[in-house]
Design a protein around this ligand. Sequence first.
Ligand SMILES: [Zn+2]
Length: 422
Amino acid sequence: MSHEPTSSLVRFAMLVGAIEVSTGGGEIPTPVTSAIPLTEKLLINAGGWPAMKAARDIVKAGRVTEARYEPPLLTGFVREGIKNFRSGLRIKSADDVENLCTCWESRSSGKICGHSVAVGLALLRPVPAIVPEQPKIEETAAGPEFVALGMAKAKAAKLHLILPPNFMSAWAKGQVMLVVEAEVGANRTMISALPKKAAFACDESDLALIEGLREFPAIFSGGMGSSSRDAFLRFLPSLQNHPRVTFVKTTRVTISSAVVRPGLEIEQRENGGVTVKAKPMPNTMLLWNATDAWFLRGQEFVRCAEALPVGAAQLLDRPLQLEGDRALQFLAFDLPRLREAFDINASEGLRLPEVIPATPAFELRLAGTLNSVTGELLCTYGNRPAFKASTNEQDQFVFRDPENAARILLDSSSNARSAITE
Ligand SMILES: [Zn+2]
C-alpha cells in the first residue's frame, strides 16, 4: 500500500505557509481556527446513524489504520476487501464537516460515509489491531488432512455443502448457515465427525471448498457455521463449479464460473446532472457488499463483474443522481473505471467530457504587519476564482472549460494523486 506523496504544489504551499517571520518579542498571531474536539456526538451529527453503525462495524473488525487528528484534519486508512484507501474528515466546526474519504461511494454521493466516521471512532475507542481474515491454522490443523486423489493411505471422500432452505431470508439477516457433510464409502456424516488423525483424498472442487472453509473453523469442529454476508461473498469463488452444493439436501445449486457484466444506463438530465441506474434484471436477487456483487437467479449464483470499484456494487441496488460538479467528476473519472465492470449504455445527448490536464497559474500574496508576515499561495485556472493552494491537498479539482462545455480541465497536480489512491 502506498501513501499519497505530497504533490509538488502542496509542498510548495507548505513552504510558503512556513514564511511566517516573527521579529521576536512581538505578539503571537491568533490562530485562524481553534481545534474542534473530536467526540462521538460530533461524528453522529456529521454522518448520521447509518454511517455511525457502519463505522462501528469497521472499527470492530480492526479495519482502520493510522488514524490521526491534527485539527482540522482527521485522516486514516480503511481496508475494504483487498483495498486500503485514504479516508477522513476536515472538521472546520461542529456543524461544518467535510468528507475527505476517497471511496467511490462518498465521492459520488457527497455524503459522509462510514469509513470517515470510522477513522474518528478508531481514535476515540482504539481496539487492538486484529487480523480477522487470516486463516486460523492451529484450528484446522487439528482436523483430518485432505489431500489430492491418488495419494496413498488416504480414503476417498466427497464433501457436500448444504445451504439454508430460505437463502434470501438468511442473507437478509446477515447469517447464512453453512453445513458440510462428508461422504466416505457408504457413510455420510458431518465433516466434524471424521477421525481427526486420518487423511482423506478429495477431488479438486473439494480441495477448493476446504480452502474456502478455513475462514469458518467452527465447521471443522462442529460441522456447521454461520457466515456473515461479507464472508459468504468471499467464500463463493471457492465454490465455483462444485458439484455437491444444495439448498437443504435436495435442491442442487450451481455456482457458476462465468462472470456477467450488468448493464448500466447513464442519462443526461436537463440541468447538466446525470442519472446512473442498472438495467433491471427480472427474477434476480442481488447479493452485494462494498467490493463484490453476485446474482442469484433461481438455483444459480453468478458473479457480477470482477474487480468492481469500491462502492460501485450499490449502483446495482439503487439509482444514483448526480448534479453539477459531481456529475462532471463522475463522467470524467468514475465512468471509465465502471466500463471495466459494466456494459455502459449512455442515453442520446450524453456527451462524455474530454479531460484536459490544466496548469494552474500561481500567485503569492504576502500580508501582515511589521511583526509577522504571512504568505499565501493562490491558484487560478481560467476564469475560476482563485483558491488557496494548500486547501487543495484532498480535493480533486475539476471544472468545465469556460470555452468548451464538453471539456473538463483537471488540475494536473492532483492527477498523480488520484491514480495512486485507487
Ligand atoms: Zn468512504
